[in-house]
Design a protein around this ligand. Sequence first.
Ligand code: MG
Length: 261
Amino acid sequence: MAPILKSPDELQIMREAGRIVAVAHEEMRLAIQPGVTTKDLDTIALTVLGDHGAEPCFLGYAPGEHPPFPATITASINQELVHGIPSDNRVLEEGDIIGIDVACFHQGFVGDAAFTHPVGDVSRSAERLLRATESALTAAIDASVVGNRISDVAKATMKRAGRLGYSVAREYTGHGVGRSMHEEPQVPNWWHSRRSKHKWEDCDLQVGMTYAIEPMLIAGRPDLMELEDGWTVVTKDGSLTAHFEHTVAITEDGPAILTLP
Ligand code: MG
């Protein structure tokens, strides 16, 4: 299926949706410290979205076999890769790293972004993982130019992660973003060889394409499983993970990040 291209006016609305997400990120970053619960952070995000007249995309989201997601953010701590469910019982501890994903609807369009943040002082290895994941996101954004293909974006993530000594989540990908949270194309963090079991459609990058790039880096083996809550994805070996995401647009002047404050 062909990607849905956005007009400059539509991009302007998407920039505003992205800005609201970025403001929610900033408010949560300021609140992250030992003793805070993931539910507290969820409340902050819901308030920011409400203050801007935006609505959470994840709340009630129930694709496939998943139960409806019960919150505004996903909050994933340490070995949790993505899709952690906020809870009053989940208290942040010194040394944790927490990944938070937020997406909102604003005037019919979606903004979607995620970051991972240290809780108090964290280990050197956790710091390294955070920097590497951000670096992989930067590499993928830099590859988001006309003349490249989606496979070039995926390979940029994969190569940067590999060079820094990390594996990437293969089963979870970025995605087109627009009037819907998930559009074509999928934006993988990894590109298949001829014999691999995961395969994605490739496509040329075109002006007006908008998609979320979301590298998920793993300090250990990239084998994942879903917990019984039907959402939380964790590494099987318990190794540390991090996740950063921006929604970007392909423009004549290069990649434009839409999820900035
Ligand atoms: Mg997201």
